[in-house]
Ligand binder design. Sequence first.
Ligand SMILES: [Zn+2]
Length: 167
Amino acid sequence: MTLRQKLDIEWEHRERTANTLAPDGAGVFAFEGFNMPSMPGRWRPPHQGETAEVAQRERHQRHDRRRGSAASRGYGSRWQKARATFLLRHPLCVCHLANGRVEPATVVDHIVPHQGDQSLFWDSGNWQALCQSCHDSIKARVEDAFLKGNASRQELRLDREMPELFF
Ligand SMILES: [Zn+2]
């Protein structure tokens, strides 16, 4: 057998294997995600000279224009410092933790909604460290129920077992 014949056999084998592995014709070099349908709008290349930092600042500015700046909402630098310190001391989501999971906390949540009440706002005994997901889903739901009189103050604390949500 010549080298040429050997190579032909080898390539034929590889092509067969590739087709077996990727029957959709994606080929042996396809890897997870590579041939996934593209998601338009999820990512755009930065403009020339635009750093990630500038892009992020512009995103924040657009965000602030929609909901008012942090300072105008009463979340000034004093709050930024207070929340950073609190998160350093409470680095994990208390809700995940109470349910045997480890998830970094990124939100300092007011257990009882402060609704502009400054003493409630600054009372660190009224704060709990949450991940964004627990804050946006579980806490939002309980808080809504609380404000409608359908949940107790105790239920606003998420450092409790919730087997119906964490299984
Ligand atoms: Zn969580």
